[in-house]
Design a protein around this ligand. Structure first.
Ligand code: ATP
Length: 343
């Protein structure tokens, strides 16, 4: 277990500011997820923690030791990338044992460790197979076991599940989460998939254009986004945002419901909602439309759970509402969340 500290780190590639002024401190054994759109600098940041890339300025500190200019091999980290490569001519056992052999470890110790790592990922019965005789998910687990067998103090993962299909990804996510809690190795995980980030992270680090926008638990990020970027990047459909003077007022689609389902006495707001389009998704309905009057006509989305079984049709206008506690306000100029609207 180790604490990772990133001190005012920037990375320039020529004119490109890939990472800018990033500060971050993990706790021991924490699962941190770096989340952001393509090109926001997450992989570059991960590579600097690993030692594959050197910061232009700032420091990387692992367990109190400044490692900024140290090579990867002395950092006691393990990494798994999206394009993890298993050795095709070696069995699963030999693949997992490989990093230990390279260190000259004894045969009996290697056996113990391989069996431990394989057990951890539920692949103990596959040790004699070659990679081509494994499913994508099994290969993924072998790659994770091979990374873990050295008992690193930091585990770095760059979109390691993106080669898996949707169902497998959900179960791999669950496994990875349980495994990480069991071994309690401080983990940094890069993804652009917000569902993955919400499901895996103890805390999520939301990045945009090389900078951190917000660090928080999944609930903090979702409920109290620091700015309009986080509010609209996390959540699908994204938070509704409407102009109101100097402010933007925001509310999540699932809080925007037919007025009879909402407590508005606390200062909530009711809008006439002109429905233009509906999507039936089984467990819920997504209702698209416009709200007018107090605001200029604004396009908004409502997400109705199956329990709200009122009839709604495109072309009609309904009374919809949001309770006060679900309203968020943002400064229109800076995009930052503000308490002003709550007054
Ligand atoms: P993705 O999800 O697409 O992998 P990312 O958030 O991981 O994106 P990075 O790979 O860290 O983003 O890249 C951040 C920025 O730095 C991008 O604009 C990218 O083009 C640039 N960049 C990354 N590596 C290099 C390099 N070796 N040389 C020049 N520019 C680079």
């Amino acid at each position: 277990m180790a604490r990772i500290e990133i001190r005012d780190v920037s990375k320039l590639f020529g004119e490109v500011r890939a990472v800018e002024g990033v500060n971050l401190l993990s706790t021991e054994g924490e699962f941190l997820v770096l989340l952001g759109p393509s090109g926001c600098g997450k992989t570059t940041l991960l590579r600097m923690i690993a030692g594959i890339e050197e910061p232009t300025s700032g420091d990387i500190v692992i367990d109190g030791q400044v490692v900024t200019h140290l090579p990867p091999r002395v950092r006691n980290i393990a990494m798994v990338f999206q394009s993890y490569a298993l050795y095709p001519h070696m069995t699963v056992y030999k693949n997992i044992a490989f990093p230990l052999r390279a260190r000259g470890m004894g045969r009996a110790t290697i056996k113990d460790k391989v069996e431990w790592a394989a057990g951890m990922f539920g692949i103990g019965h596959l040790l004699d197979r070659k990679p081509r005789a494994l499913s994508g998910g099994e290969r993924q687990r072998v790659a994770l076991a091979r990374a873990m067998v050295r008992e690193p103090s930091v585990f770095l993962l760059d979109e390691p599940l993106s080669n898996l299909d949707a169902i497998l990804r959900a179960s791999a996510r669950e496994e990875l989460r349980q495994f990480q809690k069991r071994v309690a190795v401080t983990t940094v995980y890069v993804t652009h998939d917000q569902v993955e980030a919400m499901g895996l992270g103890d805390r999520i680090v939301v990045m945009s254009k090389g900078s951190i926008r917000q660090v928080g638990t999944p609930a903090e990020i979702y409920q109290w986004p620091a700015d309009t970027f986080v509010a609209t990047f996390v959540g699908s459909p994204p938070m509704n945002l409407m102009e109101q003077g100097d402010l933007l007022v925001g509310f999540r689609p699932e809080t925007f419901l037919p007025a009879e389902f909402v407590e508005v006495r606390d200062g909530g707001v009711t809008y006439p909602f002109e429905v233009t389009y509906l999507e039936y998704l089984g467990a819920e309905r997504l209702v698209y439309g416009n709200v007018g009057e107090k605001f200029q006509a604004r396009h908004v989305v409502s997400r109705l759970p199956g329990s709200v079984d009122v009839s709604i049709e495109a072309g009609s206008t309904y009374s919809f509402a949001v309770s006060r506690r679900d309203l968020r306000y943002f400064d229109r100029a800076s995009g930052l969340r503000t308490d002003k609207g709550l007054a």
